[in-house]
Design a protein around this ligand. Structure first.
Ligand code: SF4
Length: 216
């Protein structure tokens, strides 16, 4: 089975509870959404088809335990994704999956840490979230909201309260859109004032000048 990939590279994990860990990233091509703030638009068109074995051979060139499957949107190629996950697990990798929240995640094994976006209004894709996801999340999974303004913050706050996310036990991350001036300061003030108990998650790859090692 082949998967259309945009790139494979080695860098630091920029977000989630795994932040800072050296990680091999496998970026799938294509996405079903078109977020205004997307910084990986190049993945919609570029890419090459590789077999699962070829992908694993490239990944195993690097002595690194962590593998993050990202996109684009990996769940667009669900069958290939599931095969790849099984193959990576056999190789002993610690696997995380970044997904945009618009696809159901049934069938993704529990050993995969799912980092799931809830698209906020400023992305232009609010409302794309697949509610069924909430029934298929485990404590090791994470919900991520990128916040660009107060409307995004209020939307995110209401989402976690309305859907009783604290009962699921997963980690909730509010990430400031660092392209917006002072958003980091403003977001941290709002979270603390509301005593929301969510994680403040600045994206590491936006803070440092990232110099990934390209593998394809
Ligand atoms: S879901 Fe991700 S890859 Fe797709 S358009 Fe939005 S930011 Fe870009």
């Amino acid at each position: 089975m082949n998967i259309k990939l945009s790139e494979i590279f080695y860098s630091f994990q920029g977000e989630s509870s795994l932040v800072g860990n050296p990680t091999v990233f496998i970026r799938f091509s294509t996405c079903n959404l078109r977020c205004r703030i997307c910084d990986t638009k190049y993945s919609f068109k570029t890419g090459e088809e590789l077999s699962i074995e070829a992908i694993c051979k490239i990944v195993l060139r690097v002595d690194c335990n962590y593998v993050c499957i990202t996109g684009g949107e990996p769940l667009v190629q669900r069958a290939g994704l599931l095969s790849l996950i099984r193959r990576l697990k056999k190789s002993g990798k610690i696997i995380s999956l970044e997904t945009n929240g618009s696809f159901c995640v049934t069938g993704i094994p529990v050993y995969v840490k799912k980092i799931i976006d809830v698209k906020t209004p400023s992305t232009g894709c609010a409302g794309s979230f697949c509610k069924g996801i909430l029934k298929n999340m485990s404590a090791g999974d994470e919900l991520k909201f990128v916040i660009s303004n107060k409307a995004d913050y209020n939307f995110s706050k209401n989402f976690i309260i309305k859907n009783r996310i604290s009962g699921i036990g997963c980690k909730v991350i509010f990430s400031p859109n660092l392209k917006i001036k002072k958003m980091g300061n403003r977001l941290s003030d709002w979270i603390l004032a509301d005593q929301l108990g969510v994680v403040f998650g600045p994206q590491l790859h936006k803070l440092i000048k990232e110099r990934p090692v390209r593998l394809i």
